[in-house]
Design a protein around this ligand. Structure first.
Ligand code: HEC
Length: 136
């Protein structure tokens, strides 16, 4: 009973606008993939508006990524394991956001090479999480 109550409390504290599900996360991942594509197209067409839109979409979405309800509910059995993943995820999220800001600034200054480097770093962070969380 205590466990169930603790579960409710935890879920309520973590999630304000309804539970974040695996489905939500997949949708957010797809949004980020399309944001990355938009940024890349912006590079090829030298279109700053596309780059701005893409990075804004990326930054707005990455902050929403969190362990889905299904994983939060596992917490009782695998607390340490899940915690490690949450810490790792938060670190990667911060790094992605920082690089997204860099990317915009560098491109605005006319330094496309540095901007592209920030883009490559972001891709690396995406894959870092995928290999650690999913063994992809
Ligand atoms: C916090 C860790 C994490 C980060 C950071 C992350 N991903 Fe993911 N990504 C996942 C997980 C976990 C899944 C699997 C989701 C599932 O199937 O439940 C996934 C799945 C995906 C998918 C497949 C979605 C589908 O349709 O099945 C795409 C595309 C994707 N991520 C793109 C990205 C991009 C682009 C970035 C970087 C901007 C990124 N991800 C960063 C954890 C992460």
């Amino acid at each position: 009973m205590t466990k169930i109550l603790a579960g409710f409390f935890l879920t309520g504290a973590l999630l304000s606008a309804g539970p974040y599900t695996k489905q939500d996360r997949i949708k957010d991942m797809q949004t980020m993939a399309s944001a990355m594509q938009e940024i890349q197209t912006g590079f090829f067409y030298n279109n700053f508006d596309m780059i701005k839109e893409g990075t804004a979409k990326l930054s707005d979405t990455i902050v929403k990524i969190q362990p889905p309800l299904e994983e939060v509910e596992e917490k009782d059995v695998m607390t340490r394991y899940v915690n490690r993943k949450v810490q790792m995820s938060n670190k990667i999220k911060k790094k992605v956001n920082r690089k997204a800001k860099d990317l915009i600034e560098r491109f605005k200054e006319g330094d496309a090479v540095e901007a592209l480097q920030a883009y490559t770093k972001i891709t690396k962070y995406c894959m870092e999480c995928h290999t650690q969380l999913r063994n992809w």
